[in-house]
Write a new protein. Structure first.
Lengths: 535, 379, 346
């Protein structure tokens, strides 16, 4: 659609970015013409969000030393200092999380803080904020935006009463209603939509494109890319690995490009295939979990004795909901059987009593007592659940904290896991992320569980600590025969550590493969296709 | 199927309006026991509406801005009282006196409101307990100023106002100068007998003032700032993202409320005719909030309708219970304690119900998931 | 040097000012013709009288229920115990034990209900606690009028019905602790009875916090989600803490009455939570952290200011502003704690 004559609407030239010396974007080049729809795909952490942050001039970018390369709009270089700046040039974005007021109508939300106003006598006295709002004009402008988008949306409906799809349309309408919008970035807009709503949205995107508005469409649903985009760029590890013509590519090609990295893993760290016992220790049937942002709908899973089972999948698909639901941290239902006996759900105590343990992905919120010492953090669950580190007095009537026992076990794990701290009395909040993670592991190890859930064990910690944590998990599995279920967003990490890997999409298991399977097979599972369909 | 929905609707209506319903039942039960005539009650209720509605209306704006019940309205009441103390000392009479009191009170109320708003911005999520503690704290400052400052520091030398010891304001001040000036400026009498005895007094000017404030509040809701406050009240982050100045808007909500409360206090005191220097303001805070809640308002939602229904029901209870207690058990004191209990109890109940309701809404999403799973299993 | 600064910081500016102020008062005192010995004994007496009510804050703060503005509920349990003990007519120190005995079941029942209520309103405990306190005081005002008490020391003389607003503990447990093991040197006197009594309960609380259950309670207050993930029943811990606080409140008021000499009924307990709350905050506690040391330091500082300011001021400028200063200092302290960013989000 873009003509040879005019300059492209958006062009990125050699854009790069590093955080504290770690490159996250390298040499990104692409152009986007007027009215074009560009699909942007890549795993979590591939650099998509950083790229968008640069485009919008977000604070994170300035505060970490800016970026390299050039961003051009209409052939002129721009450097936005805030999203408002970007907006002035006609670039708007719809984020994954809704930014809507539940008690306002669609129309009010579309024109939030940009309401058309009438001046009155009182405005002379009290200033512009005393202007009354022109409801009729507000309605008119809102309807204009909705019509431009080409969806069905009642402007008078309260957001609180809307189905999710309509909320999404309200968000997009808001961006469109902003004057002179020329480029719209949609970040996973269909992730929360029903099939029908998603179809409507795709239609709307085509509509916008026909009206000359360009769209950058970020999604994990590759079929949608084929349906609506002109071209696709696939990102991996901060680079554009390929730019494809949407009409000529296929889901499996994109999926392969997304995950297919050739990592040279040292042999010593490689997970050699080993025989796994057939004995099922944990079986999960029809599990649902109401964890906001990570809803689990219907998971069926069997964990074998002594294995490390990986659970992977893209963010928001529900993989994190599984351990959180089983361990009773979020409302859940279904059937969970451990060694032949059913575990009651929504009851953390019962899980811990049956020798399950959980290292949460939310270290600061769930995993640690930030204001307490390492001793407390490590010994607490074992003390409460198994009466360890207690001295009985008065015939067991008083169970006194055994300070020396606690110190001993803490020191043991400090040494074993190489936790960097001034002493076992140091407060947990004073440690670095990696060391905090080790404390969380130590806490779980102190429980001596039979089965351990570890959720995102390496999130937000540096490479050195990462390797240590993974090594500790592997050794724990090998030396004590503890079954581990490890949930991670990083497929490579799972492939290094695990025996089998289950991939979760849309709140259900889309497939389980041996860790040695080629990574594109996992990629296909991640985007919601079973291997057969993709063929 | 249809009947099921009906019974659910009824239950919803009951649980949403439980506080007013309790009060209607209570008043209905006390009415025959107390044995007051309907005319007397009507007259009393009208007086109380005139006296209190301005004060209760002042609470609406912070609720709109999501800051809950403004226990800091006491600050406005203090400002109003300071204005009244000055005009009494200066011997300014009648409506000009009240106007002057309001003019003196305005800057004080703005200052206090600004302070309160700033503090509340520092205590997000616990605005109510903080505004409550601010009213306590400021009460101390108020006493310092009025009990020790007035006389030596602030030049007031009227014998009518100052204690015989030469400094500090008397416990009670007679407001002969301004008593009922607004009410009597223009009032008509209904249902009186030939001699003009009994009947119901209708103070027209007061009604006009109150109606004016209602109009202002309705107008306010339609302004840009009103819209911004509603936005901030629902979700501060979303409002901030949209470019609304959240902190400023919140401070403004409290300032406006405090200033209205100051005017409300001036009207209230003129109607009462006496100033209880060290008690009036803290009492009025509690009674106004209780009245609003009795009218069916909640921590996050209140309307003009709630204000008037609340004042009528609350004060009906206030008038009826001591007499009912006296006629029933022979002790008026029981009725007095009872109404104090009810005032506090109603605030407690409304706060608890609000919390429980918010919690219940959050639990809904789990239910829908379980339901969809069940339907799937059936299919 | 750095360490000193951080130590100073952790001590907090308001606390520093208050300590400095109190020290200044004691320095000025001799020049204002005030007997320092007598003043010290006064401060110690007030400490013994009030410390247990301040201690009553600790369990609830530990379990994350915030400052116990609902202290009047505990006080009411204490009042019920006190009046019932006097009703029996048994005189002397035994009546004190009886009062404790009688108030215990009330404290447990009230505390249990109050705890259950607070569990349903997590996040706004303090506001609701305040009004629970007020409502219960108002409700009991009615009860004091109609409960069938008979003892002539307590009932209004002329009607023979309804309790008096203040009842003397003279002949019952007046100064039972104050006069035990008291020591006088010149104008300075100290009662070890009260101090030992307080120390006993302070020790019990301290010990409790070192047991398995106490550890769990602290964890609930420190991070409730962590505690839940560790299999702790949060609601149960919180209810337990509320019962403990309520019972300590009951005990506290009895201890107060024996020193003060009067039982104050009706609106008396209404605002008694504020001094206790503010004392523990002055002592260095925050909305979700408190220790026994905070209780001791806070009570001494708070009572020191309350008892020293009036006498010094009176003698210096012949004006007694102490009540007003007390209101400003104590409520200002609570306000300070509430508006701290570091405070917990409740």
């Amino acid at each position: 659609m873009s003509s040879e004559m005019t300059k492209p609407l958006l062009e990125m030239k050699n854009v790069s970015k590093e955080y504290n010396g770690n490159p996250v974007l390298k040499d990104v080049n692409f152009t986007l013409g007027q009215g074009e729809v560009l699909g942007l795909v890549g795993e979590n952490g591939a650099g998509k969000s950083t790229l968008m942050n640069i485009l919008f001039g977000m604070d994170v970018i300035h505060q970490t030393g800016g970026y390299g390369g050039k961003v051009l709009i209409d052939g002129k270089e721009v450097k936005f200092t805030s999203p408002l700046d970007a907006l002035k040039s006609g670039i708007g974005m719809v984020h994954q999380e809704f930014s809507l007021l539940p008690g306002f109508t669609a129309a009010e939300n579309i024109l939030l803080n940009r309401e058309p106003q009438n001046r009155s006598v009182l405005s002379l006295v009290f200033g512009d904020r005393a202007n009354t709002i022109d409801r009729k004009e507000l309605q008119k402008q809102a309807i204009a935006a909705i019509t431009k988008l080409g969806v069905e949306l009642d402007p008078d409906m309260l957001v609180a009463e809307m189905p999710v799809g309509h909320k999404q349309f309200t968000e997009i309408s808001r961006e469109i209603s902003k004057s002179a919008i020329r480029l719209l970035v949609l970040d996973e807009p269909t992730a929360v939509l029903t099939e029908k709503e998603a179809e409507m949205l795709l239609k709307a995107i085509r509509n916008l494109s026909a009206q000359g508005i360009s769209v950058i469409f970020i999604t994990h649903r590759l079929q949608e890319i084929l349906d609506v985009c002109n071209k696709v760029i696939v990102m991996r590890d901060g680079r554009i690995v390929n730019e494809l013509d949407a009409a000529k590519t296929s889901i499996s090609e994109m999926a392969k490009l997304m995950v297919g990295r050739e990592v040279a893993t040292p042999d010593s760290e490689k997970q050699e295939a080993r025989p796994i016992s057939d004995k099922v220790v944990l079986s999960v049937k029809n599990l649902w979990v109401d964890m906001p942002g990570e809803t689990v709908r219907d998971v069926n899973l069997e964990v074998h004795d002594g294995e490390i089972l990986g659970i992977g999948g893209l963010a928001g698909q529900g993989k994190l909901g599984i351990p959180n639901g089983i361990m009773g941290l979020f409302p859940a239902g279904g059937k969970v059987v451990l060694n032949g006996s059913e575990i009651p759900l929504n009851n953390p105590r019962a899980c811990l009593d049956s020798s399950l343990a959980f290292v949460s992905e939310d270290r600061r919120g769930v995993g640690l007592l930030l204001d307490e010492s390492l001793e407390w953090n490590i010994a607490f669950p074992a003390m409460q659940i198994q009466n360890k580190f207690l001295k009985p007095y008065l015939g067991g009537l008083v169970k006194w904290r055994d300070q020396s026992g606690i110190k001993k076990v803490t020191d043991k794990y400090i040494e074993q896991l190489q936790i960097k701290c001034t002493s076992s009395k140091q407060k947990a909040k004073e440690l670095s992320g990696g060391n905090q993670q080790k404390v969380c592991l130590a806490k779980a190890f102190a429980l001596e569980p039979k089965l351990l859930f570890v959720s995102e064990p390496t999130r937000g910690i540096d490479i050195g600590a990462k390797a240590l944590v993974l090594k500790a998990l592997r050794e724990y599995n090998r030396n004590f025969g503890v079954t581990i279920v490890m949930i991670s967003s990083e497929l490579e990490e799972l492939r290094q550590c695990c025996d089998r890997i289950a991939i979760i999409t849309d709140g259900a298991v889309s497939g389980i493969l041996p860790a040695s399977s080629p990574s594109e097979d996992f990629g296909i599972l991640m985007v919601g296709k079973t291997a057969k369909e993709a063929m | 199927m249809k009947r099921e929905i009906n019974s659910k609707d009824v239950r919803n209506f009951l649980s949403n309006n439980i506080v007013p319903i309790i009060f209607i039942v209570l008043c209905a039960a006390c009415f025959p026991v107390a044995g007051y005539s309907p005319e007397y009650l009507a007259d009393q209720i009208i007086t109380r509406i005139m006296r209190n509605s301005f004060l209760v209306l002042s609470l609406l704006i912070p609720i709109m801005a999501g800051m809950g019940l403004n226990f800091g309205m006491t600050l406005g009441a203090m400002a109003g009282q300071i204005g009244i103390i000055f005009i009494t000392a200066w011997n300014v009479v009648g409506i000009p006196g009240l106007l002057l009191a309001a003019i003196i009170a305005t800057p004080i109320a703005v200052l206090l409101g600004w302070f309160c708003g700033k503090m509340l911005n520092m205590a997000r999520g616990r605005e109510m307990i903080t505004s409550y503690m601010i009213s306590f704290f400021m009460n101390g400052v108020y006493q310092l100023v009025v009990l020790y400052g007035m006389g030596p520091v602030i030049p007031i030398h009227s014998d009518q106002v100052i204690l015989p010891r030469g400094y500090g304001v008397r416990n009670t001040i007679d407001l002969l100068n301004v008593r009922k000036s607004i009410d009597n400026f223009w009032s008509i009498k209904l249902f009186a007998d030939e001699n003009g005895v009994g009947g119901i007094n209708i103070p027209i000017l007061t009604i006009i003032l109150i109606a004016l404030l209602c109009v202002v509040i309705i107008w306010f809701r339609k302004t840009k700032i009103g819209q911004d406050m509603r936005a901030v009240g629902q979700d501060m982050e979303v409002a901030r993202e949209a470019g609304i100045k959240v902190e400023r808007t919140r401070v403004l909500a409290i300032v406006i409320s405090t200033v209205f409360a100051a005017y409300g206090m001036v009207i209230y005191l003129s109607n009462m005719g006496t100033l209880n220097t060290y008690n009036s303001h803290s009492q009025i805070g509690m009674f106004s909030i209780a009245a609003l809640l009795v009218g069916g308002a909640s921590v996050s939602k209140a309307s003009i309708k709630n204000v008037f229904l609340g004042i009528v029901l609350f004060h009906l209870m206030f008038i009826l219970t001591p007499q009912a207690g006296k006629n029933l058990i022979g002790q008026a004191q029981i009725g007095e304690f009872f109404r104090v209990f009810v005032s506090y109890g109603v605030i407690t109940l409304a706060l608890v119900l609000y919390e429980i309701r918010t919690r219940r809404e959050k639990a809904e999403s789990a239910k829908t998931l379980a339901l969809s799973q069940m339907q799937e299993a059936q299919a | 040097m750095e360490k000193a600064v951080s130590l100073l910081k952790s001590f907090g500016l308001p606390r520093l000012i208050i300590t400095g102020f109190l020290l200044a008062l004691f320095v000025i005192a001799p020049f204002a013709d005030i007997n320092v010995g007598a003043s010290l004994s006064d401060v110690l007496g007030r400490f013994g009288q009030n410390a247990i009510m301040v201690l009553a804050m600790v369990p609830m703060i530990h379990s994350g229920c915030g400052l116990n503005f609902g202290l009047p509920l505990g006080i009411i349990s204490g009042l019920l115990g006190a009046t019932m003990a006097i009703e029996t007519g048994i005189q002397g120190p035994v009546s004190f034990l009886l009062a404790i005995l009688y108030s215990t079941p009330f404290a447990i029942i009230f505390g249990w209900g109050y705890g259950k209520l607070l569990n349903r309103v997590k996040g706004s405990e303090m506001m609701i606690a305040t009004y629970v306190g007020f409502s219960s005081v108002a409700f009991m005002s009615i009860m004091w009028l109609i409960l069938p008490y008979k003892s002539p020391t307590m009932v209004w003389g002329y009607t023979g019905q309804g309790l008096r607003t203040t009842i003397s503990t003279e002949g019952f447990y007046y100064h039972v602790l104050r006069d035990t093991l008291s020591l006088s040197i010149g104008s300075f006197s100290i009662s070890f009875g009260e101090i030992i009594f307080f120390a006993l309960f302070a020790f019990i609380i301290w010990a409790f916090l070192h047991t398995k259950t106490g550890t769990a309670m602290t964890a609930v207050g420190s991070n409730a989600v962590f505690a839940r993930a560790s299999g702790i029943n949060i609601d149960k811990q919180r209810t337990l803490s509320v019962i403990m606080s309520t019972w300590l409140g009951a005990l506290g008021i009895l201890c107060y009455q024996q020193g003060y000499g009067f039982i104050q009924l009706y609106q008396g307990p209404m605002y008694m939570a504020m001094p206790a709350v503010s004392a523990i905050l002055i002592g260095g506690a925050s909305v979700n952290k408190a220790t026994i040391t905070n209780v001791i330091i806070g009570t001494i500082l708070y009572q020191g200011i309350v008892s020293m300011t009036p006498s010094v001021m009176n003698n210096l400028i012949h004006t007694d502003m102490s009540e007003v200063l007390r209101i400003i200092v104590s409520n200002g302290m609570i306000l300070y704690a509430l508006t701290r960013k570091s405070g917990a989000s409740r």
